[in-house]
Design a binder for this molecule. Structure first.
Ligand code: SAM
Length: 284
């Protein structure tokens, strides 16, 4: 029987005396149809190397091992390690008992999968650290090419949001600057044990081959974007005046020269607009 079967999940918890830990965001998937949909969204090929974050009891892991050449998994909870090791022991499964946020993922890939550099992350994420995990993979890995991840529905809406929508914010830009973000499907609370308080959704991120700015300009770009969105109801001009060291009138003139009306709100600007503005104001 599958490790995502509700009875198996209960039996595993009991047999290994595992208490479900809220502090680690533990909501185990108990529906094989959803697991199949997640793995399908990842479009895995038999030769692919997969990184899983938070295998839990191994419900998703089981599907990933069948559909790839190798799975490298990070699990923080020591109580889950024995059952994962017993069940999945073999040359194509590598379990790292650690906090994923403390790891150099590319180094781990190198150790367990040599020079693989088109790695796919598939995970039902621990929701309390969704954004740090996403940003870590997006910003510091050169080997990951795609992620298919489950997260809170609300966060999924934000990271896939387009300009001029209420969900579009600095996080949408931080993610979409580095990857094409696609909302795949919503997941009901009923397919988890225990059921979480919020709805979930699966998102696919296809990493861009190249980013548009040189690395040394990115820090300013992201600070600029955060400042532009700082107070959502304020105009771009007012938010930027608090952030930049120029006079308000000067900023208004510069925006004008760039063809952007300072009375607009940040959410009406595309990533390309932000790149153009940040490049200009950085050197102004
Ligand atoms: N993949 C399993 C499933 O779908 O049933 C479990 C998903 S559960 C939402 C999140 C998993 O991430 C848990 O197993 C939890 O212990 C693990 N986890 C939480 N924080 C972690 C961290 N910082 N590093 C690695 N794993 C973590």
């Amino acid at each position: 029987m599958s490790r995502a079967n509700p009875k198996t999940v209960q039996a595993l918890l009991k047999a290994h005396r595992i208490g479900i830990k809220k502090k680690y965001g533990q909501n185990f998937l108990i529906d094989d149809n959803i697991l199949t949909k997640i793995v399908d969204a990842a479009a895995l090929e038999a030769s692919d190397v997969v990184v899983e974050i938070g295998p839990g009891l191994g419900g998703l892991t089981e599907h990933l091992i069948k559909r790839s050449s190798r799975v490298i998994a990070y699990e923080i909870d020591k109580h889950l390690i024995p059952t994962l090791e017993q069940h999945f022991a073999g040359p194509t499964f590598h379990l790292i008992h650690d906090d994923v946020l403390k790891r150099d993922i590319d180094e781990d890939i190198k150790q367990y999968a040599g020079d693989a550099n088109d790695v796919i992350v598939v995970a039902n994420l621990p929701y309390y650290i969704t954004t740090p995990i996403l940003m870590r993979c997006l910003e510091s890995s050169k080997r990951i090419k795609r992620m298919v991840v489950m997260m809170q529905h609300e966060v999924a809406r934000r990271i896939t949001a387009m300009p001029d929508t209420k969900d579009y914010n600095a996080l949408s830009i931080a993610v979409q600057y580095r990857a094409k973000a696609t909302y795949r499907f919503k997941v009901p609370k009923s397919v988890f044990l225990p059921a979480p308080n919020v709805d979930s959704a699966v998102v696919r991120l296809d990493f861009h081959d190249k980013t548009q700015l040189p690395e040394d300009e990115e820090t300013f770009f992201f600070a600029f974007v955060r400042a532009a969105f700082k107070q959502r109801r304020k105009t771009l001009l007012n938010n930027l005046t608090e952030f930049l060291s120029h006079e308000k009138a000067e900023i208004a003139d510069m925006l004008d020269t760039l063809g952007i009306d300072g009375s607009r709100r940040a959410e009406t600007l595309s990533i390309e607009d932000f790149i153009r503005l940040a490049a200009h104001f950085k050197s102004a």
